[in-house]
Write a protein that binds this ligand. Structure first.
Ligand code: SR1
Ligand code: MG
Length: 408
């Protein structure tokens, strides 16, 4: 079937033809359809019954190109199959943190999901100075459960390899390989630089063998270490929050990769937010900065604690390294493993920070600072931290050490 994008006008008839939607909407005569996709890849429609506003869903459709660039950057719609499978999988593990899939249409590459009416994108609300007491703890739980239950520590080798095969995501991994691990260090035409950012600052990343070797190691880890099913794009724009709830959305980049990638992307976005706030200033900046640092700590520590706990519980039944004949071997392996995940997370955080400053797809926290000189200050702080994370990731003892650098 030839692909056609669903227009706003066609959405009501499309929904009315679906039996599942009759349980959601009492009538289809007064549906408001608003396109709100502000992401880089897809179209997103909010559909609401004007007569009963609680009757509402989200419809997301993938188009055969990268939306942010246009038809000159073709992309298959396979990403929607990945997104649907990932949403269903993550929801089965964390129903309180992942929206429900109400209908999936592989032919038209679209998914209809539960609408989160009270919730807003975390990046946006942080920029407004709103803080959410439970978000970091919820994100730590999401990461611990999604990463543990898809790993070899939980699944049989056969189930793990089948899951890995189901989530082969060549095109979107290639986007990440290019945009996060290659282009920023390559002076690529897809990069864009703030004119106020001194060339020598950019050169520290593009002409420094130690930095480039570190990024090469992390890129190789991203491409080869199939440790767990990752969300693959877990920045604060992929998180929706309300006062008491946190939802993770947009898992189209999901694939089997190194666990530290999800953790690192999230940490990086807290650190980028911190750098932006330190320049933006204003009445809410100090509390927001405090929240961002506390959240980085809670995300890492909460993830590590819950992941280890799940592992210990499971290991009581089935030990990954066999029986613990000396009584210490399992704990020693767990500790060494978690140290490695921590170092990876910091390294990937460094890569994400560099990419959001030098590469394509900036973050509003910094890109939204209007004055180029002020923006350059935030960018230089971010790049300085990123460089240390990349080069020192193997020797950093705790997440608190990173915070002391930021606050120095
Ligand atoms: C061209 S796609 C740019 C970015 O958007 C997504 O959210 C991912 O972060 C990707 O790298
Ligand atoms: Mg996205």
């Amino acid at each position: 079937m030839e692909f056609s994008r669903l227009t706003e006008a066609a959405v009501p008839d499309y929904l009315q033809a679906l039996p599942a939607m009759h349980a959601r909407f009492s009538s289809f005569a007064a549906l408001d359809v608003v396109e709100v996709g502000d992401g880089n890849l897809n179209y997103v429609y909010l559909v609401t019954n004007r007569l009963v506003p609680t009757e509402t869903v989200v419809l997301k459709q993938a188009v055969p190109y990268l939306r942010v660039v246009g038809e000159s950057w073709p992309l298959t719609r396979h990403r929607m199959n990945i997104e649907i499978a990932a949403l269903r999988h993550f929801r089965s593990l964390c129903p309180e943190h992942v929206p429900e899939v109400l209908h999936a249409d592989a032919e038209r590459s679209l998914v209809i999901m539960q609408r989160l009416r009270e919730h807003r994108i975390l990046r946006g609300v942080l920029l407004e100075g709103q803080l959410f007491a439970h978000a970091a703890e919820h994100l730590a739980t999401f990461m611990a459960r999604s990463l543990f239950f898809s790993s070899d520590f939980y699944l049989s080798p056969q189930d793990k390899r089948q899951a890995q095969a189901r989530f082969i995501n060549v095109e979107l991994c290639k986007i990440t390989e290019d945009l996060i691990f290659t282009h920023p260090y390559d002076d690529s035409p897809t990069n864009s630089y703030n004119p106020a950012l001194p060339r020598m600052v950019i050169d520290r990343f593009q002409r420094n063998p130690r930095v480039r070797a570190a990024v090469g190691e992390l890129k190789f880890a991203f491409m080869t270490r199939a440790e767990a099913l990752l969300h693959g794009d877990l920045h604060v724009g992929s998180v929706m929050v309300s006062a008491h709830e946190t939802y993770v959305i947009d898992p189209e980049f999901a694939f089997y990769g190194p666990m530290g990638f999800d953790v690192g992307i999230l940490l990086a976005n807290f650190f980028l937010g911190w750098c932006g706030q330190s320049v933006r200033g204003g009445a809410t900046a100090p509390a927001t900065q405090r929240w961002l640092l506390d959240s980085a700590v809670q995300c890492w520590e909460g993830f590590a604690r819950q992941f280890t706990m799940l592992w210990e519980q499971h290991e009581a039944r089935d030990g990954f390294i066999g029986r613990d004949l000396d009584g210490h071997s399992r704990a020693a392996f767990r500790e060494a493993f978690m140290r490695r995940v921590f170092a990876d997370s910091l390294g990937f955080a460094g890569c994400e920070m560099v990419r959001r400053v030098l590469g394509l797809a900036k973050v509003a926290d910094i890109a939204g600072i209007a004055a180029p000189q002020a923006r350059a200050t935030a960018e230089m702080n971010a790049l300085h931290l990123a460089e240390r994370l990349l080069l020192e990731r193997g020797t950093i003892g705790s997440i608190h050490e990173v915070l002391t650098w930021l606050q120095a």
